[in-house]
Design a binder for this molecule. Sequence first.
Ligand code: AMP
Ligand code: ZN
Length: 112
Amino acid sequence: MADDCLFCKIVAREIAATMVYEDEDTIAFADLNPQAPVHILVVPKRHIPDIVALGADPETSAALVRGIRAVAEEQGLSDFRTVFNTGAGAGQSVFHVHAHVLSGRPMSWPPG
Ligand code: AMP
Ligand code: ZN
């Protein structure tokens, strides 16, 4: 657990969130500021700052993808968008890697 990391505190249940999924390696919870009718964050329990660092950890990478798959299955999502913001300039505000899973409305392209 990293000091002062919001998502580590959610993993540790020190900060409340609306949990939608948990397994040995990942948790998923509702985004506080949803950008679609379904907006879930899938997060590894291990503190890893971003997808670049995640790429150096094959086991956690695979676990996060399994978590996304499980959330999509459990929520009955056939069409959904998965977003990893990387760096403040791309919109990353929490530096504990997380997949945004967005669904329930048409998704335009290119993204903003
Ligand atoms: P990003 O900007 O890609 O780093 O995504 C961080 C996301 O975390 C944003 O979509 C926020 O709305 C969301 N968020 C911030 N604080 C919380 C919280 N306490 N519980 C759930 N989601 C949060
Ligand atoms: Zn963390």
